[in-house]
Design a protein around this ligand. Structure first.
Ligand SMILES: [Zn+2]
Length: 98
C-alpha cells in the first residue's frame, strides 16, 4: 500500500487519485490516513468510542470556507486514523451507514 503525504491517503496504485502526485512512498503503520467525510455529531461520538478502544483519530472540520462566511454551522469532519486502524474504523463507518 502506498501513501500520499499531500492528501493523507492510503492508496494501492502508484499515483494519488486525489492530487495526481506520483512516486508515492510506502505507507507505514503510524501514518494518519483519510477514512471518510463524516457528519459532525457522528464524528464526535465516533471519536469518543475510538478513544475507549485506545484508537487515535483526528477530525478536521470540513467546508470551513463558504459555510463559515455565511455563519452556517459546520456540518462535516474529515476523519483520519492511523493506517494500522484504518480497516477497523472503515468498517465501523460503513456499518453506521453514514
Ligand atoms: Zn495526493
Amino acid at each position: 500500500m502506498n501513501f500520499c503525504e499531500g492528501c493523507n491517503l492510503a492508496w494501492e496504485g502508484e499515483k494519488c487519485p486525489k492530487c495526481g502526485r506520483k512516486k508515492l512512498r510506502a505507507v507505514n503503520e503510524e501514518d494518519f490516513c483519510l477514512v471518510a467525510q463524516v457528519e459532525r455529531t457522528f464524528g464526535d461520538h465516533l471519536k469518543a468510542d475510538l478513544e475507549n478502544e485506545d484508537i487515535e483519530c483526528v477530525l478536521m472540520p470540513y467546508g470551513t470556507g463558504v459555510k463559515s462566511k455565511f455563519a452556517l454551522p459546520l456540518e462535516n469532519y474529515l476523519l483520519y486514523v492511523r493506517y494500522k486502524n484504518l480497516d477497523h474504523v472503515r468498517q465501523i463507518v460503513k456499518d453506521a451507514n453514514v
